[in-house]
Design a protein around this ligand. Sequence first.
Ligand SMILES: C[S@@+](CC[C@H](N)C(=O)[O-])C[C@H]1O[C@@H](n2cnc3c(N)ncnc32)[C@H](O)[C@@H]1O
Length: 361
Amino acid sequence: MTQPLAERIAAEIAASGPISVADFMARCLGDPQDGYYMTRVPFGADGDFTTAPEVSQLFGELIGAWLIATWEAAGAPSPVRLVELGPGRGTLAADILRVAALRPAFLDALTVELVETSPVLRQTQKTTLEASPRPLTWHDQVEDLPDGPMLVVANEFFDALPVHQFVRAQDAWRERVVGLDENGRLAFGIGPGALPEAMTAGFADAPDGAVLEVQPVADAIMETLAGRIARQGGALLTIDYGYVRPGIGDTLQALRAHTHVDALADPGAADLTTHVNFAALGAAARRGGAAVHGPVTQGAFLLALGLVERAHKLAAGSDAAGFRAIEADVARLAAVDQMGELFKVMAVTPDTLLAPGFGRL
Ligand SMILES: C[S@@+](CC[C@H](N)C(=O)[O-])C[C@H]1O[C@@H](n2cnc3c(N)ncnc32)[C@H](O)[C@@H]1O
């Protein structure tokens, strides 16, 4: 029986020194034995958090409609790969495939490619997608995706990737690390590594203690996919909580049973995320040679795609309680004080393709 993750991380730090916040996140989420995503299905009221596809089928249905419209705008390539990054329980993919069946030529063109590292979640996805009308293939990483035009969807995927944090200290940005305190417990500290000056432009006046976050893993995945889309066709749609302009701030958060907890308290037992830097993600997509649409807020995007109209159709024939439940789901997805404003939507296409839902079609 191997030691619990907290003890293994502490032993490594005692032997080799503090680790970066990014390494800590990667260990907590992806450790093969105890990593958060490796050991559980964390979604829903009984879990740690609820994502948009788990709120209502309306979300996945509208994403499905977006994919059909974008596929048609791209000249209806066939075959085309429907790729989902981090599919969770498989709910979004199932809702997309249900809508895809309304356009048989689209459905027939699809192969479904799921990029998922968690064996537990792969099993759940297999069950959810048991009746999939199209073949399913799982991949460990985006580099393994087969060639060809692809339509990529990523909901709350980029926020789960490791982020480096740098703390302003005496005119330099020093890397925030996880080390051990005098009692041998995990504690944040400041390491010797510094952020290259080129990456700190615009933050010269930041006060001591300010935090800058850098997301090289997310940016590299985006650049790879954007390059593929620019060369081989298709589109990418990503939805996540995040910020539009580069900024300072510590956005690392740990969530357990829908409550914020100490990120260092119990490695592997809580979800660790950061807010996505959409400016950096957009820049990565442009480096890959693709065009970027948005980001716009999730509320604006879903309303532009017909959220209210679709909700009315779904509610037809419901009793008063059913109607109120759908109304509450619409508010949860689109209201500014719920998911509507914090969550952003960004699309990536080859230069020539317009993307519905971003204010120009
Ligand atoms: C926050 S969940 C979102 C799940 C789903 N998209 C939803 O909206 O319900 C993050 C998902 O990404 C997966 N994941 C995390 N890191 C990953 C990585 N490096 N590569 C592939 N999948 C990853 C997790 O296992 C999980 O399925």
